[in-house]
Ligand binder design. Sequence first.
Ligand code: ATR
Length: 290
Amino acid sequence: MTELTGAAAVVGLIGRPVAHSLSPRMHNRAFAHLGMDWVYVPFEVADDAVSAALAGVKALSIRGVNVTVPHKTAVIPFLDELTPEAAAMGAVNTIVNDSGRLVGHNTDGSGFVRSLREVAGFDPHGARVLVLGAGGAARAVAIALARAGAERVAVANRTESKAGRLAEAVARHGASSAGLSLAREPLAAELRAADAVVQTTSVGMAGDPSLPLDPDLLAPRHLVADIVYTPLKTPLLRAAEARGCRTLPGWGMLLYQGVEAFECWTGTPAPANVMREALLEALRGKEAEA
Ligand code: ATR
C-alpha cells in the first residue's frame, strides 16, 4: 500500500458481514498502482446503524462507500440524490460524498454490461437475453441490459410471479420481456431465439453441483454468463463450454462494478487490468484453500 499522508482520501464498504469482501484488495491495489494517496476500508454496519454510518460518512468527509448486503435498499432514505439507474433498480451499491451531498449510484448492472463488452466482447445493444433468477442481482442485470438497448430481456425464475414482476419493470425500460418459470418448454422456446443467458441465482455456488437449466438447451451461438464467482468455473459454465458456448465468469461483474465505483469516486480511469489481477489472485487463493 502507498504510504498515506494527512491529506489521504478515504473510501470504503458498508455491509454486514464485510470480512469476506474482495473490494479492499481491488481498490487498494489500484490506488497503489497509480500512486494515489487514497485508502479503501471495510466497515461492518449493523442494521440499526445505517443512518448513523451515513452521518459518519459526511462527518468524517469519507469520499464514498460501496454498499453491500443487507443495506443496498436501506441506505436510500438517507441519501440526497439517486442516479436514474439506482432509482430504477431500487438499490444502491456505491455512494459518492459530493462535498456533503450523498449521491447513490448502482454500478452492479452497468458493471455487468461493461464486463459483457470488455471481457466477453458481447454488445448487448439489440441482443436477446434470458436472465435466470429474479432477485436483487437479476433486477440490476435485467434493467441495465434494457437500458443498454437489448431488444429482449426475458426473466425465468423458480417463483414465477417474481419473474413476472421483474419482466414488467424491464419492459418500462424499453426492452420486450416476459416472465417465465424454470420449466423446460418455456425455456426451450425462449432460448431458440436468444443470444445470451445470464445466470443470477445462487445455484452452482460453493460446491453446489446443480444446474439451473438443462444444458441440452444451450447451443454454440449462446453466450453463457454466470454471476456466481465462487467457484471461478461454475457447473453451468463447464456445461456451457462442453456445449461449445462462449462463457463469461462471475468475476467480470465483480470487477467492473468496482471499476465503475472507482471512477465515480476518483474521476480517474480505473486500472482495470491491475484490479483484475488483484481479484483473480484473491479468488484463486480462496479456491486453493477450499
Ligand atoms: P441476490 O441479491 O443475489 O439476487 P436474492 O434477491 O435473494 O439474491 O435472489 C436469489 C435468487 O436466486 C432468486 O431468483 C431465487 O429464486 P426464488 O425467487 O424462487 O426464491 C433464486 N434461487 C435461490 N435458490 C435457488 C434454487 N435452489 N433453485 C432456483 N433458484 C434459486
